[in-house]
Design a protein around this ligand. Structure first.
Ligand SMILES: N[C@@H](CCC(=O)N[C@@H](CS)C(=O)NCC(=O)O)C(=O)O
Length: 233
């Protein structure tokens, strides 16, 4: 039996955890959550994460499960639990956490909104413009950093694992904005890692489940998922 169970879908915030588990050589069961039809709002899932979002990582322990949500917290905990990819010294660990926090507080929400509003350009050009400008600003920050260091925190770490799936997802929507040299070099280096390839292969299967569940979702369920209509409690 695996010691970990990961609840998720094929989205970047979940892929980053899969990369970490693969890099750390951990076995895990993947429990697909049908977010398009609202499974994340069911009572059993809210008991795991009251915020109703994936990923959630559960470590199965004899004395009772340990449950963790928020992908940044999960990455940080995995790195410290297994003693790898989180920095060696106190200062290195702080730098890893700094770049992990940068991903969580900036690229996650801004890239996510930029993608969201790219679908809603006609309805909301203001939103599209605002988040595309912010996205480009963040890509410049990343380029500046990666032109001075091999990886975000110096050595390859959970901070790179957290950012990489977001850049991969952006390739589908903002490919023209991703051509700067340091970003391309870093992206290829991370992509070439066997653990990253294994994570991508596993997540391709999960992506198929997402597409099926999205096709099967009703217009009302999709409105709730995309936040156009409030969830009924
Ligand atoms: N800050 C959270 C964000 C998680 C998140 O946004 N998850 C999305 C998929 S990537 C989700 O579960 N969406 C479903 C919903 O909000 O109802 C994290 O990094 O774990």
């Amino acid at each position: 039996m695996s010691s970990y169970r990961l609840y998720g879908m094929g989205s970047p915030n979940v892929v980053k955890v899969v990369i970490a588990l693969e890099e750390l050589g951990q076995s895990y069961d993947f429990a697909h959550v049908n977010v398009f039809q609202g499974e994340q709002r069911e009572s059993w899932f809210l008991d795991l994460n009251p915020n109703g979002k994936v990923p959630v990582l559960v470590e199965q322990r004899e004395q009772g499960d340990f449950v963790l949500f928020e992908s940044g917290a999960i990455m940080d905990w995995l790195a410290s639990r297994h003693g790898a990819f989180g920095g060696e010294s106190e200062d290195e660990r702080a730098l890893v956490r700094q770049w992990l926090a940068f991903q969580m507080a900036n690229t996650g929400p801004i890239f996510g909104n930029a993608i969201h509003f790219s679908f809603a350009t006609r309805e909301c050009p203001y939103g599209q413009n605002r988040f595309t400008i912010e996205l480009r600003k963040l890509l410049k920050v990343i380029e500046r950093r990666l032109s001075k260091a091999d990886y975000l925190a110096g050595n390859y770490s959970i901070a790179d694992m957290a950012l990489w799936p977001w850049i991969r997802t952006l390739e589908m929507f903002f490919a023209d904005d991703l051509q700067s040299p340091a970003l391309r070099r870093w992206f290829a280096q991370v992509e070439a890692r066997p653990a990253v390839a294994a994570a991508v292969a596993r997540m391709d299967t999960i992506g198929k489940l997402d597409r099926e569940s999205r096709r099967a979702a009703s217009p009302e369920q999709l409105d709730r998922y995309f936040g156009r209509v409030a969830w009924q409690d």
